[in-house]
Structures are given as C-alpha cells and as structure tokens.
Design a protein around this ligand. Structure first.
Ligand code: MN
Length: 197
C-alpha cells in the first residue's frame, strides 16, 4: 500500500485537496469539528504516543498493523480519516476503468455495490467504519470495522471508506445515518479510489 502520510519523526495533518465549501454535502461546521478538531486531536495524540513505542520510524500503515491500545486507536484514526477526507472532490463521481470493472464483476453493478455498502454502514452498531477493500485474492470486499479498525490489519488493501462515528454526521443529519451515507456518493472522487488499487 502506498505511504499515505510521510513519517518525518512525527506525522502532520493531511491537507484537504479541495475547498470544503464546494462539496455541498458536508457542512463547514462539520468540517470545522471533524477535520479541525477530531482529526487534529488524533494526530496530536499519535505524536505524543509514538516516541519510545519502538514504532517511531515506520510508515503509518505499519504503525497501525503493529500498535496496540491508545497508540493503535490514534494511529488507526489518523489513517482512516486521512483516507476518508482525501477521497472526496468535485469530479469523477462514477467509477471508470479498472475500478468499474472490478465493481461490476464482484458486485454485479455499481447500484448493487452502493446498496450493500450503505446497508453495512447503517447496520454497524456503535462507532466504526465501513470499507471497500481488495482482499488477498484480488477480490473486492465490503467490511465493517469497529472504532479505529482498518482492513490493513486483516491483510487487505483499503480503497474507500465511510465514517459512521456520530461525529461524522450528527451536526448535519442528527440521527439519520442512512441519509448521510447515501448523500456521500455525490462527492466521492472515484479517480482517487482507482489510484489506491
Ligand atoms: Mn471521524
């Protein structure tokens, strides 16, 4: 898997590759809290917990695979949120090319894929993430991960994720998690997802 954030002895917050105002689906208020406060806290905690862990010099995905406890939780949340915020944009809202071929062959259609992905996001009890990943056999799979979980811990290559922690949607959608998840398709940039293959 490509190195998602450079490790320069500590990790910096990813920069948003778009102006949040132009996306339209997630409010500025949610960005201010979700990106500006929640992600910032995970990055700060990761940098506090890394020194002396023995994992200081590893790429972020390797830290996530090897860490436990608080270090795992914060490293996992930095990886998860970096992938989450990077995958949105104003273009490429339909899969094309290789990722489209894989979705069609493994789920039947883009519509069938979206339905299963949303259903797994809605039915995840508590806080966590729903993921599309490539498994060891090169097949696309949808999995639920609780809390800070990431499919790299199961030997998979994560491609797309929706955050189902309440902090991701409560300001905009309150308890309507399903409405939030179905709205997110409007802003996924599938070119970013394809580049993760
Ligand atoms: Mn979140």
């Amino acid at each position: 898997m490509k190195d998602i954030l450079p490790n320069n002895g500590s990790f910096e917050m990813m920069t948003l590759p778009y102006d949040p105002e132009i996306l339209g689906v997630i409010s500025n208020n949610t960005f201010a809290f979700h990106y500006g406060k929640h992600l910032k806290a995970y990055v700060d905690n990761l940098n506090k917990l890394l020194p002396g862990s023995g994992l200081e010099n590893l790429p972020l995905t390797e830290v996530v695979k090897k860490a436990q406890g608080g270090l795992f939780n914060n490293a996992g949340q930095v990886l998860n949120h970096t992938m989450y915020f990077e995958q949105f944009g104003t273009n490429n809202h339909e899969p094309e090319g290789k990722i489209k071929e894989l979705i069609t062959s493994d789920f039947g259609s883009f519509e069938a894929f979206k339905k299963e992905f949303e259903q797994k996001g809605v039915s995840l009890f508590g806080s966590g993430w729903v993921w599309l990943s490539l498994n060891a056999e090169g097949k696309l799979v949808i999995t639920q991960e609780v809390n800070a979980g990431n499919p790299v811990c199961s030997g998979m290559q994560p491609l797309l994720t929706f955050d189902v922690w309440e902090h991701a949607y409560y300001l905009d959608f309150q308890n309507r998690r399903a409405d939030h998840l179905s709205a997110l398709w409007q802003i996924v940039d599938w070119k970013v997802i394809e580049n993760r293959l």
